[in-house]
Design a protein around this ligand. Structure first.
Ligand code: SF4
Ligand code: SF4
Length: 324
């Protein structure tokens, strides 16, 4: 059960294996982990250094149970890390050859709004296999093949051809999920709305509740900000560089030329929301939100991004100038 600032495990009274909405962590933890070592340096006896780069993974990843919203989030991070002039080396190594077994959602959570963001609940592309769990009658899975590798894996499993009733039951399960979204968000025109409401009083209102803890950015499957930690051995013989997650909610993340350009909670929350739904379009050609609802569930004070957007949309005419 998920709601604003609430996540509860509840035992089901059936055999469902995927009878839950997205969990606390997204696949970001495997493709873009919170901390990775980028390189190690060791001093040789002659005083020079030997530098060793780290490789992302030793074996290809297999991601089992990826929901449609998270598939869209992976596509967003692919654009960020692989779609520009330079690739992120560690991300590229982890992403290369990753096998994706997706699962169609049939049990959305109270914080979900993928229908509003047009990212789910039906899995449509970018998978090797797509499963739909069917609980009506015999407990079974309808499997769709999305690649040759997917066909190979399916060939190793006991299966039978799907019948019309299987397809109808699977379609109905996902249709029911689409009708039971916990939340909605009106995304049309949001980029322009946010660009014109940077001085809206709602930014002060949300800032009075926000702890600037950064939880929302850590659980968000599309957030990609990072910084580096340089760690030196006490003996002066070794050094390592670590890439670690950072957040637009940390003051230091916006530290430029002797000061932070976002000193207040108001300016940092506004940066988070206007980037997600506004300037992300200019930067990457899509929204930065896939409607997974994690930032709502895991905000310790229950700030709901859909409610914040709705409040600004409802009263954008009342926007009044305020200071950062
Ligand atoms: S902003 Fe919130 S709802 Fe949107 S993708 Fe990130 S965590 Fe999910
Ligand atoms: S919106 Fe919530 S989760 Fe995000 S920084 Fe503020 S208090 Fe933390």
């Amino acid at each position: 059960m998920q709601e604003a600032a609430t996540y509860r495990l509840e035992r089901r009274d059936d055999e469902a294996r995927f009878g839950y909405a997205v969990g606390p962590h997204s696949w970001k933890q495997f493709l873009f982990p919170p901390r990775v070592t980028q390189f190690r340096a060791e001093r040789r006896e002659d005083g020079s250094f030997e530098v060793q780069e780290e490789n992302g993974t030793e074996a290809p990843l297999a991601l089992l149970g990826v929901r449609s919203c998270d598939l869209h989030a992976i596509a967003v991070q692919d654009r960020i890390f692989l779609g520009g002039t330079y690739s992120e080396r560690d991300y590229a190594a982890r992403r290369e050859g990753a096998f994706v077994a997706a699962v169609n959602c049939f049990e959305p959570g109270g914080a979900c709004f993928c229908v509003s963001m047009e990212t789910g609940p039906r899995v449509e592309k970018d998978y090797d296999l797509a499963l739909t769990e069917i609980l009506d009658g015999e407990h079974r899975f309808l499997v769709e093949v999305g690649s040759e590798r997917g066909a190979e894996v399916l060939g190793e499993l006991p299966s039978r051809d799907a019948e019309r009733a299987d397809v109808q039951a699977a379609t109905a399960a996902v249709d029911r999920a689409a009708e039971r979204m916990g939340r909605t968000l009106e995304a049309d025109g949001l980029r322009d709305l946010l660009a014109s409401t940077l001085e809206h009083p709602r930014w002060n209102d949300v800032a009075s509740r926000c702890l600037t803890c950064g939880n929302c950015t850590l659980v968000c499957p599309t957030c990609f900000c990072s910084t580096v930690d340089d760690v030196n051995g006490l003996g002066g013989q070794t050094a390592e560089r670590h890439r670690v997650w950072d957040s637009c909610f940390s003051v230091d993340h916006a530290y430029i030329h002797g000061g932070s350009i976002r000193p207040s909670g108001r300016s940092r929350y506004r940066q988070w929301l206007t980037h997600k739904f506004g300037t992300w379009h200019d930067q990457f050609g899509s929204s930065g939100c896939v409607g997974c609802g994690r930032c709502i569930t895991w905000c310790p004070v229950g700030i709901d991004i859909t409610a914040e957007v709705a409040a600004i949309r409802a009263s954008d005419a009342g926007a009044a100038p305020t200071t950062a």
